[in-house]
Design a binder for this molecule. Structure first.
Ligand SMILES: Nc1ncnc2c1ncn2[C@@H]1O[C@H](COP(=O)(O)OP(=O)(O)OP(=O)(O)O)[C@@H](O)[C@H]1O
Ligand SMILES: [Mg+2]
Length: 590
């Protein structure tokens, strides 16, 4: 008997039909979720070949053996769209198998129309098969108008055997502008959620969903155990770590998944990083374990001897594979980093190169799963640390790293004995007390340039970590003394500038002019110091300059392009203090 059905609620249909699925496979997944929600045990999906000329007369079918729907349910539930009634609570369970319900919104069935123009739903329950045909074009036309309820959907009902149930969705008039869903992509999307599910099998083009469908490198090994017979271990090492509770093996006994996931002791293998282990996803199929399953079929009896053997073998097989994966990825990471590493190592003193190479190798081996950026950062830090064992240079870089990186960096450096946290802490605290003394000196207006000079000269870290390695030496001192003596003839001794010339290990020179705390640094000082620099540079190569005084005239704007800096004692002290306090806090947290 033919009659018409109607949509029950106007749901802003255009939005629904345009519901964005990033792929047609993801759209199909909605229909498989519906079969799960209908307590089906088997879903069969058939996909046509991806041949454009055959699209028009081919179809996608999704067929399940779930509860199905009566005509009344089709009219009042299936065709009732996006009703509030359907925003279910998170812990809703299906009626029969008590599965966690996937459906939330009451719009998923429209996903079929993402790939096809026509969707035919044939559903059987309680002795009747109800068939309804939904055409996208009609929906779109109606959505453009104002009343969805006006669309007639052809619906047919016929009698069947009372014990039959299930639903078949046929998607036809496939959208020529879209790529036909690919079986492989669909398998990948479904694998994680459904391949290890109990009581729910999905066949795509007659092939069951399996562990290998997760994507990534898969392997499977079968062996014989004297007590329990055939055991098959199948696993995949996925490309990314899986969420907690999902990675590891599950046992399948008599087709049923038993117990929770386990790593079978792999968690104790220290040379396999967590992030790689958490990419393992597998199944241990051993029907012979049936006698070793607890009465409620919830767990395998833990102290069962064959189980121990099986675990050991599964761990052996999988760890071999995981180690291979590590090796390949370490080599790839090394290749990507090779250029930076090589050029950095070449700049090291010869006697440190071998050690540096070994240290870099270890960093890559241990931290490669953290991703290239982090490994690069760690490698650079280790090389920095080897170049100069000045903690504050390293600390500055640690400071610019983000939260979780800080711990990794500290671990990594302390592992190589490059940063000893206890020594760092001691040093930071002693610097804080030097800073206090310096502050007292700088806030006294009677303090002279010479006193300030003396205090800073041996504590250039006060100016910031990048200055901590700058030092003066006899040659540089002589240069300055000679220069000042020459100019002295024209100047009165009391007007002699107080200059410091130092250089860093990479031979960058820095000229500092100290002013007394009561002095303000302004344009005159700027012109003057540039003149000193110009007088000195013909013999001494390029140099950066810095003038430090009690105040910096506000007309002297910081110029990022200039190599001249003007700083006040107060600003220097404040930033050194912040840095030290940060460091001490960081160290306390460990
Ligand atoms: N294969 C099926 N077998 C039995 N009933 C089904 C099937 N597919 C859909 N239904 C019924 O139709 C209703 C609507 O399905 P639809 O997918 O549109 O929404 P939903 O699953 O409730 O929520 P969501 O939009 O989140 O998927 C379902 O709640 C279910 O009652
Ligand atoms: Mg749904």
């Amino acid at each position: 008997m033919g009659s018409a059905a109607r949509f029950a609620v106007d749901p802003k249909l255009t939005a629904l039909l345009g519901e964005t699925y990033s792929s047609s496979e993801k759209a199909l997944r909605e229909l498989i979720d519906n079969a799960w929600d209908a307590d089906a045990t088997t879903v069969r999906v058939t996909l046509p070949d991806n041949l454009p000329d055959t699209l028009a007369n081919r179809a996608i079918t999704i067929s399940d053996d779930g509860t199905g729907m009566t005509e009344h349910e089709v009219r009042t539930i299936y065709l009732r769209i996006a009703n509030d009634r359907w925003s279910r609570s998170k812990d809703a369970r299906t009626a029969g198998k008590k599965r966690p319900v996937k459906g939330r919104k009451g719009i998923g069935m429209f996903a079929g129309l993402a790939a096809a123009h026509t969707m035919t739903v044939e559903t059987t329950a309680r002795g009747n098969t109800t068939t309804v045909v939904i055409e996208k074009i009609k929906l779109l036309e109606a959505a453009g108008g104002d009343d969805l309820e006006a669309i007639d959907l052809p619906i047919e009902v016929s009698k069947t055997k009372p014990d039959q149930h299930g639903t078949t969705v046929v998607l036809s008039d496939l959208d020529q502008s879209k790529v036909i869903p690919s079986a492989d992509a669909l398998r990948r999307i479904l694998a994680r959620e459904y391949a290890r599910q109990n009581d729910f099998s999905i066949f795509i083009n007659d092939e069951p969903l399996q562990v290998a469908d997760l994507g990534g490198e898969s392997k499977s090994e079968t062996f014989n155990h004297p007590d329990i017979g055939t055991v098959t271990v199948s696993w995949t090492v996925s490309e990314k770590p899986l969420p907690k509770g999902e990675s590891g093996f599950v046992y399948r006994v008599g087709g049923k998944v038993v117990g929770r996931t386990t790593f079978c002791g792999l968690e104790d293998e220290e040379d396999i990083p967590d992030k790689v282990r958490n990419r393992l996803w597998g199944e241990i199929e051993a029907d012979g374990l049936a006698e070793h399953v607890t009465a409620d079929w919830g767990e395998i009896v833990e102290n069962s001897l064959p189980l121990k053997d099986v675990q050991k073998e599964a761990a052996r097989l999988a760890s071999g594979h995981l180690r291979e994966v590590c090796k390949v990825e370490v080599n790839a990471a090394k290749a990507r980093l090779q250029k930076v590493v090589k050029s950095r190592i070449e700049t090291l003193p010869a006697y440190r190169r071998q050690y540096a190479m070994e240290a870099v190798e270890k960093v890559i081996q241990k931290y490669f799963p953290e991703g290239d950026d982090k490994v690069r950062l760690l490698v650079t830090l280790v090389l920095d640390a080897l170049e100069r064992d000045e903690y504050f240079v390293i600390c500055e870089k640690i400071a610019s790293a983000s939260g979780s990186d800080v711990a990794t960096i500290a671990d990594c450096l302390s592992e190589f004995g490059l940063v000893d946290l206890a020594v760092m802490g001691k040093q930071a605290r002693s610097r804080l007390s030097i800073l206090d003394d310096f502050e007292r000196l700088a806030s006294d207006s009677a303090t002279t340039e010479a006193e300030i000079h003396k205090a800073i000269e041996n504590n250039l870290w006060l100016l910031g970590p990048q200055y901590s390695l700058i030092a003066s030496n006899q040659t540089l001192k002589k240069i300055i003394d000679g220069y000042l003596a020459k100019g002295g003839k024209q100047r009165r001794a009391s007007r002699r500038p107080d200059l410091f010339l130092g250089q860093s290990p990479d031979e960058r020179k820095l000229l500092i002019e100290f002013k007394r705390p009561s002095a303000t640094v302004g344009r005159d000082a700027e012109a003057q110091v540039k003149k000193y620099r110009d007088d000195l540079t013909p013999d001494n190569g390029p140099m950066n300059i810095m003038v430090i005084g009690g105040k910096v005239d506000s007309s002297l704007r910081p110029d990022p392009h200039s190599d001249a800096q003007f700083r006040s004692y107060t600003a220097i002290i404040a930033s050194a203090r912040t840095q030290l306090e940060w460091l001490i806090e960081e160290l306390k947290r460990r």
